[in-house]
Ligand binder design. Structure first.
Ligand code: FAD
Length: 378
């Protein structure tokens, strides 16, 4: 029997934490380096479709996730004044769909990992030395292992060190995310209600602990700051003539809790790996949140990479298999998430009217594409 391999993971987000847990369960030695000083309660809500709850099930965490979250059954698309366009059942599988606070999911992953993440350590560079890889942190700390996984997100430094600096592409949308305890009368239990307008959209769903998570998106220039009256006021004006539940939800949200994020992506490219170093999650395949699959596919990556490393003693070959198994799937999701965003970019009233008619006509196509995406089992 060979010696137990040591795998270094950069980034302790959802992808890195899930990978650490899966690889630890598979018997590997793991070191996780995370730039943040502490694992904080960050983010808002997240939808975990059946492709992701499968991964939690395999990690033995599904029951806990269901308890922390809220079961989701339907994805309903509406016009901005609330006329239903499409209503898709999303709970057609053997596994549940869950709306969960991102911090609850993250904590579920890292608190079940028996080791500790090394916090406050920013990865800077690596050196490959035969079958070993050495990593260097900004602080001067060094470590050495048999393999390195870059799970360091959209602006991955591991990716830059592997393939050169290549900033992600701004995708012309800004998003706002909020949480509130106010549950509108119009909310249907189990529903994601989404509203589509001219170059703007708004959606909301219930999370665990009876909190409503809402999200808004609008076409915007990159890096625009808040208006002087603040982001809540900006949203109130932006959505003032939309279905009444939307202004109600914005009004019921504490301004300080509203998160604003510009949306970026990359054209899917490969390889992700060079020898015993590879990428995972947003570092490998960032995508727009239009399909709610970024974290879900990072969870899939975690399980697949752990299975590949378990099944193959040669790390380089294991990473080749991982990439082969993941590449086509995530490429198609990245591209689909971009196409969905393009539909949302339309501003001309005639084009928006046509899009809405078209959506009604293709309801079964939309339902099938959800089903195909969610049916994947890592
Ligand atoms: C508005 C919005 C809504 C979304 N909604 C959904 C949804 O409903 N469902 C869904 O599945 N996904 C959703 N996503 C996508 C999801 O948030 C991401 O895809 C997911 O978090 C990616 O996980 P990750 O671990 O790859 O990266 P991250 O979560 O970005 O984690 C990367 C980690 O690496 C650390 N790090 C970065 N650089 C370094 C460094 N140099 N050294 C050490 N550590 C470093 C960071 O601090 C961070 O902790 C949404 C995203 C957005 C923007």
């Amino acid at each position: 029997m060979g010696k137990t391999k040591k795998i270094i993971i950069i980034g302790g987000g959802i992808g890195g934490a899930a990978t650490a847990l899966a690889l630890n369960r598979a018997g590997f030695h793991i070191s996780v380096y995370e730039r943040a000083q502490e694992l904080r309660e960050v983010g808002a809500g997240i939808a975990l479709w059946a492709n992701a709850t499968h991964v939690l099930n395999e990690l033995g965490l599904l029951k806990d996730a269901v308890n922390l979250g809220c079961l989701t059954t339907n994805y309903q698309f509406n016009t901005q004044d609330g006329k239903e366009l499409v209503n898709v059942s999303v709970d057609k599988f053997e596994l549940p769909v869950i709306g969960i606070h991102r911090a609850d999911l993250h904590k579920l992953l890292w608190s079940n990992y028996p080791g500790k993440f090394v916090l406050g350590q920013t990865f800077e560079r690596f050196e490959q030395d035969g079958s070993l890889v050495r990593v260097y942190m900004k602080s001067g700390l060094q470590d050495e292992g048999d393999a390195l996984i870059g799970a360091d997100g959209l602006r991955s430094q591991v990716r830059a060190a592997l393939f050169g600096e290549n900033p992600p592409i701004y995708r012309n949308f800004t998003t706002w995310r909020g949480l509130t305890n106010y549950i509108p009368k119009a909310y249907i239990p189990g529903y994601i209600h989404e509203f589509l307008g001219r170059g703007k959209g708004f959606g909301f769903m219930l999370l665990g602990n009876n909190r409503i998570y809402w999200y808004a998106a609008a076409k915007a220039k990159e890096g625009q700051g808040d208006i002087k009256e603040g982001r809540k006021h900006e949203l109130e004006v932006m959505f003032q003539d939309w279905k009444d539940v939307i202004p109600e939800l914005i009004a019921a949200t504490d301004e300080a809790s509203i998160i604003k994020t510009d949306l970026y992506g990359r054209v899917p490219t490969r390889p992700w790996a060079k020898g015993n170093i590879t990428l995972l999650g947003d570092a490998a395949h960032p995508m727009l949140p239009t399909l709610g699959q970024g974290a879900c596919t990072a969870l899939e990556d975690a399980l697949v990479i752990s299975k590949c490393l378990q099944g193959e003693c040669d790390v380089v070959r294991a990473f080749e298999q991982y990439e082969l198994q993941r590449g086509a799937r995530v490429k198609s999701i990245v591209e689909q998430s971009l196409r969905s965003a393009r539909m949302g970019e339309l501003e001309n009233p005639i084009a928006v009217g046509l899009r809405n008619q078209f959506m009604k006509l293709i309801e079964s196509v939309i339902a099938d594409s959800f089903k195909t995406c969610h049916s994947f089992r890592a």
